[in-house]
Design a protein around this ligand. Structure first.
Ligand code: T4K
Length: 368
């Protein structure tokens, strides 16, 4: 019997490589609250990602909640229904009303041509997602934001290390938020970061993630505990030593899937890697009507063989009970997102996926 194969498997460097980091933490006894690894990791990440300022945080969700707080966003925010539920939840945690706008069927990202029709006097911001690590149409989104005086916060949970023609995709908008969850291309068990445009914004976010404290006795805002611990930051430092090798492995798996599935009728691999290379964080395929099996049929078939592909992002956020009564959540408003949620299946992709397992997955998809 084969071992189960999951959609993701966290990259773990050899344990021996982590021990010196642990010894250092044990000797300094600084466990959290902006210790030495936290500082080193912030600097090292800025350098790796090609950004000037970032604030580490506990996880991507707290990062989104804090980013919205930092910009004092209120009222209505335009966002995508085709994402992990944390995107919209971060709005509800700030008592902001999400307004769902449909996606572009090619990129599966928020469709800029549909944004303007959803803007009302209450709209204060746009919260797009670089879905599966593929950049949004950042120019078009910024043009709309400028015309209507809106803030833009990118949910960049999937976009670690992603570049576009001008550099890091994380430079766009007012703030961008990364996730370092265990299932991500780059992870620190749990973790995240808010990419900030300047030192002042970073300082404000640093206060917000530390209960609002600016010094021992002064609290300037109703902040939260959003700090990353020294263990997570130290692990991040170690992971940075491995990220380039990880990306090479992911690229190889992505390329194998693409070449071996390109002639399968009804299986459409998302994105042309030449156009938008991404970071191979996910491998989504769209299962079309001519495949012969439905998306759920293929999902179940793989599962029966111990392969746990995932239907990210099904159900749509707009279909969850806390959102579905909202006017913008109606399926008539979201035909492309509804279709994508019905057709997409994310196949396993992670550096330790063996060639034999990869071939087994491909053979099962081919043999419909
Ligand atoms: N915005 C977007 C667009 C996001 O995708 C996410 C998170 C966020 C915001 C919020 O960021 P964080 O607050 O999480 O930092 C997973 C992740 O929990 C979640 O981080 C991620 N997106 C989402 C897309 O996927 P699940 O419910 O699919 O996780 P789970 O536990 O089913 O894991 C999938 C598979 O990975 C498992 O079948 C086995 C494997 N796995 C998982 C874990 C946790 C392991 O082998 N080891 C592990 O430790 O949500």
């Amino acid at each position: 019997m084969n071992e189960p194969i999951y959609v993701a498997q966290p990259h773990l460097p050899p344990l021996a490589e982590f021990l010196p980091y642990l010894e250092e933490i044990w000797s300094t006894k600084v466990l959290t609250n902006g210790g030495p690894f936290h500082q080193q990791f912030e600097h090292a990440l800025c350098e790796y990602l090609g950004v000037k300022h970032l604030a580490l945080c506990t996880n991507g969700t707290i990062g989104l909640v804090t980013a919205l707080q930092a910009l004092r966003i209120k009222g209505e925010v335009i966002t995508t229904p085709y994402s992990f539920v944390a995107t919209a939840h971060s709005l509800l945690w700030n008592s902001i009303n999400p307004v769902f706008v449909d996606i572009d069927p090619k990129s599966l990202n928020l469709d800029p041509s549909k944004i303007e029709a959803a803007i009302t006097p209450q709209t204060t911001a746009i919260l797009p997602v670089h879905c599966y690590g593929h950049p949004c149409d950042t120019d078009a989104i910024q043009r709309i934001a400028d015309d209507y005086n809106l803030k833009v916060i990118y949910d960049a949970a999937h976009a670690f290390g992603v570049q576009d023609a001008g550099g890091s995709v994380l430079r766009h908008g007012d703030l961008s938020v990364l996730s370092f969850h265990a299932t991500k291309t780059f992870h620190t068990f749990e973790g995240g970061a808010i990419i900030c445009p300047d030192a002042r914004t970073k300082q404000h976010i640093d206060h917000l993630k530390n209960f609002g404290f600016v010094n021992e006795t002064t609290v300037v805002a109703p902040g939260i505990n959003g700090k990353m611990s020294e263990i997570n930051a130290a692990f991040g430092m170690l992971q940075l030593r491995h990220i380039d090798a990880t990306l090479v492995q992911r690229r190889r798996i992505d390329a194998t899937y693409r070449s071996r599935l390109s002639d399968v009728a009804g299986i459409r691999c998302l994105h042309d890697p030449g156009e938008s290379p991404g970071n191979h964080s996910y491998f989504p395929v769209l299962v079309e009507a001519d495949y012969g099996l439905s998306r759920d049929g293929l999902y179940q078939k793989l599962k029966d063989h111990g392969i746990y592909a995932r239907r990210y992002f099904y159900p749509l956020i707009a279909n969850f009970p806390m959102y579905r009564g909202m006017p913008s959540a109606h399926p008539n408003n979201l035909p492309e997102a509804t279709m994508a949620a019905q057709k997409t299946l994310c196949l396993p992709i992670y550096p330790a996926l063996s060639d034999a397992d990869l071939e087994r997955i491909i053979a099962l998809v081919r043999a419909r």
